[in-house]
Design a protein around this ligand. Sequence first.
Ligand code: FES
Length: 184
Amino acid sequence: MAENTPSPHALRVHTPDGRPEDEQPKWRKDFPIDTAQDNYIARRDFTKFMVLISGSFVVGQGWIALKTLKIDGQAAGPKAIAALDEIAVGQAALFFYPGEHDSCLLVRAGEREFLAYSNKCSHLSCPVTPDVKAGCLRCPCHHGSFDLATGRPLAGPPRRPLARITLEVRDGKVYATGVEERTV
Ligand code: FES
């Protein structure tokens, strides 16, 4: 092979049409495009983009989990949330606990049986609604559902149970007494 002849590999790598560099049109010599390098940059940019998107997704999920755990972790004292005669068997009522923006659901499942959960879906925080007859709480956003008796996920994308609000019944009233942290 002549000393000045580039190797076939070098031609494939450095010229878009595979012809030797001295046969390339003048405009291409003036503005050389290294196709292989260009592909490499495109792949690198694509990888960067994917890493950025994946990172944003992980940060978003972490933020939602932190918000949920923040509710779970708050020290909360007893708070009267309903009088016994205000809520009939099979009905549900909205209340806020432990903070004024932490919406929760109180469900009267029986004469002396009360259940309460945070009504933020553990998937992406949409408000859940009780379906007492079916024994579940439903999330309309992605068709998630939770067991009314335990708050654990039954169907759809949620993987964690709803935060449970502990209750006490005394003096004709229902009191919320704390938030139970649960991850499974
Ligand atoms: S936000 Fe509830 S299922 Fe997605």
